[in-house]
Design a protein around this ligand. Structure first.
Ligand SMILES: C[S@@+](CC[C@H](N)C(=O)[O-])C[C@H]1O[C@@H](n2cnc3c(N)ncnc32)[C@H](O)[C@@H]1O
Length: 220
């Protein structure tokens, strides 16, 4: 399946990049950002591997990487501002278990990830595209879920959060069926249970928006 630019989940502008982010992008890009299929597979092969889709400022990615040196964390993000922030932290905390792909996560999964690759895929607060005419831009739809299923290892986990109830309700329905088993937070291993709130999540809590979580395990 391919998408035209109108139905992408992001708009093609880079936004403001701070001088610190620029410095980190210039200094550490080659060390942490990968794009070739062979480099990506080489990085995730063999270890417990986790993909963070749309990591934003990378708070979750960095937190898991700091506490779990034995996990290979791949982050997919389209905007370089967030990548700059992660590169700066990866250098500061000497994180060797992070790699970044600066690409549309859907293209990444389709073209550069072999089937049965990830132990876990997380997707926290993807852009909700609230207007009905924009719903086609939402990342999670039937085809995307089929893609997730293929790219997860057997028993692999998909962990999703949104503060947008109607998005959540639709996602909930899409995971019905024999390919997925619903889990609760308590069922997860420590590294997925012990994830601090990002600033995005804190803002949602502060604004009294509901936090909706979907956790599923691949069974087929
Ligand atoms: C609302 S932010 C959430 C950031 C972070 N996950 C958090 O919880 O704080 C959504 C992020 O998804 C990224 N994004 C949107 N579409 C994407 C895509 N197709 N592939 C990769 N990243 C994407 C956006 O650039 C943005 O940084």
């Amino acid at each position: 399946m391919t998408f035209n630019s109108k139905s992408k989940s992001f708009v093609t502008r880079q936004g403001r990049i701070t001088s610190n982010q620029r410095k980190a992008l210039d200094s550490f890009w080659n060390q942490y950002v990968i794009s070739e299929l062979s480099a990506i597979q080489g990085f995730i092969r063999g270890n417990y591997s986790l993909l963070d889709i749309g990591f934003g400022a990378g708070e979750t990615l960095v937190s898991i990487a700091q506490k779990n040196k034995d996990i290979s964390l791949l982050g997919a993000e389209v905007y370089q501002s967030g990548i700059g922030t992660v590169l700066s932290k990866a250098d500061k905390f000497n994180l060797e278990n992070i790699r970044i792909v600066n690409e549309d996560a859907e293209d990444l999964l389709q073209n550069k990830i072999l089937n049965n690759s990830f132990d876990a895929i997380i997707m926290f607060y993807p852009d909700p595209w609230p207007k009905r005419r924009h719903h086609k831009r939402r990342l999670i739809k039937k085809e995307f879920i089929e893609l997730l299923n293929k790219k997860l290892k057997p028993n692999g986990i998909f962990y999703f959060k949104t503060d947008w109830k109607d998005y959540f309700d639709k996602v909930n329905l899409l995971f019905e069926g024999p390919n997925w088993e619903e889990l609760n937070l308590i069922d997860l291993e420590e590294h997925l249970r012990d994830i601090p709130s990002t600033s995005f999540e804190k803002k949602a809590i502060h604004a009294n928006r509901s936090l909706n979580t979907k956790i599923v395990k691949k069974v087929n």
